[in-house]
Write a protein that binds this ligand. Structure first.
Ligand SMILES: CC(C)(COP(=O)(O)OP(=O)(O)OC[C@H]1O[C@@H](n2cnc3c(N)ncnc32)[C@H](O)[C@@H]1OP(=O)(O)O)[C@@H](O)C(=O)NCCC(=O)NCCS
Length: 274
């Protein structure tokens, strides 16, 4: 065996699942992977009972030492998120001359920096799927028709004459009140989600992924991006309403850690299409 490449994974500990996924994937591709070892639950992150500044500082320094050992650094910027620690690690990697790659495209950086999974027979044998390259970006009003087509295809009961009319959506993105994201692959919109909040709780609405792009984590990454954005606004609870018969969606949200609440939904419309 030739000398394996040593890859150091960097990113927010909130993406522990992605760390595990890429640790496994890159190891099976024949690399030595340096990853995070100790992850505090997200809920305890700012809890003074659990915060240990010295311990955290030591772990941060240890991670920089891992970068020293690495031939290459892979930034797990799920949904484009790069927190303060990760930004430090990127700066350190640049200072020490380590090549830096990103899981998802980064603004102002060329696509050559994006990690492309290796098509590898070992990976194929282990059932790891080769992911299609896609990016997550803000919705633009030019996307309206593609997004409406995705909602139609996904059986989403959207309201083209009401709250999802072209005019209302254009207005909504201007006010910045909603977080409206799309997934784009090969210059085509293949996924969409609309995040809203009332200052206390975040809501996930209108999630849909094109049929040929399903089961490739597109929706998971859209939700991660919405959760991060809401988190940055100080909102730490996200919810969604799912039609009872939508088993796929219920399975999907359960997989992401969402728990069903024993509530009945009541609403009142000012007009039938609202
Ligand atoms: C629900 C939906 C958005 C999921 O999108 P997706 O990009 O395929 O989801 P992901 O690939 O991120 O799936 C993550 C996990 O959810 C679960 N999941 C997703 N689709 C599933 C399916 N058809 N059957 C069983 N589990 C499923 C799996 O656990 C999956 O992980 P895995 O592929 O490693 O097993 C997509 O099926 C869709 O657009 N459906 C139609 C519209 C809709 O129902 N929207 C939700 C309205 S509330």
């Amino acid at each position: 065996m030739n000398k394996p490449k040593v890859i150091c994974l960097c990113g927010s500990t909130r993406f522990v699942g992605t760390f595990n996924e890429y640790n496994k994937k890159l190891t099976l591709e024949g690399n030595i992977v340096l990853s995070i070892e100790i992850v505090a639950p997200q809920s305890t992150e700012n809890d003074p009972k659990y915060v240990n500044p010295e311990g955290k500082k030591m772990l941060d320094e240890l991670h920089l030492k891992k970068i020293d050992l690495a031939d290459e650094v892979l930034i797990l910027n799920v949904g484009g998120y790069i927190g303060k620690n990760t930004a430090n690690e990127i700066a350190y990697a640049h200072q020490t001359g380590k090549p830096v790659k990103y899981l998802e495209p980064v603004q102002n950086k060329g696509k050559e920096n994006v990690y492309t999974p290796v098509q590898d027979t070992i990976a194929a044998k282990t059932g790891l799927r080769n992911q299609t390259d896609f990016i997550i970006r803000e919705f633009r009003i030019e996307d309206y028709d593609s997004v409406a087509a995705l909602w139609e295809e996904g059986g989403i009961h959207f309201k083209p004459n009401g709250r999802e009319s072209r005019q209302r959506m254009a207005k909504e993105i201007k006010t910045g009140q909603a977080i409206f994201l799309v997934a784009e692959a090969n210059k085509k919109v293949v996924g969409v989600v609309l995040g809203t909040h009332d200052g206390r709780k975040g809501w996930i609405n209108r999630l849909a992924v094109a049929k040929e792009f399903r089961r490739q984590n597109v929706a998971s990454k859209l939700i991660a991006a919405i959760e991060n954005r809401l988190n940055d606004l100080g909102i730490d609870i996200t919810a969604c309403l799912i039609e009872q018969e939508n088993l796929v969606s219920r399975t999907f949200f359960r997989k992401l850690g969402y728990i069903k609440a024993p509530v009945e939904y009541f609403s009142k419309k000012q007009y039938p299409d609202a």
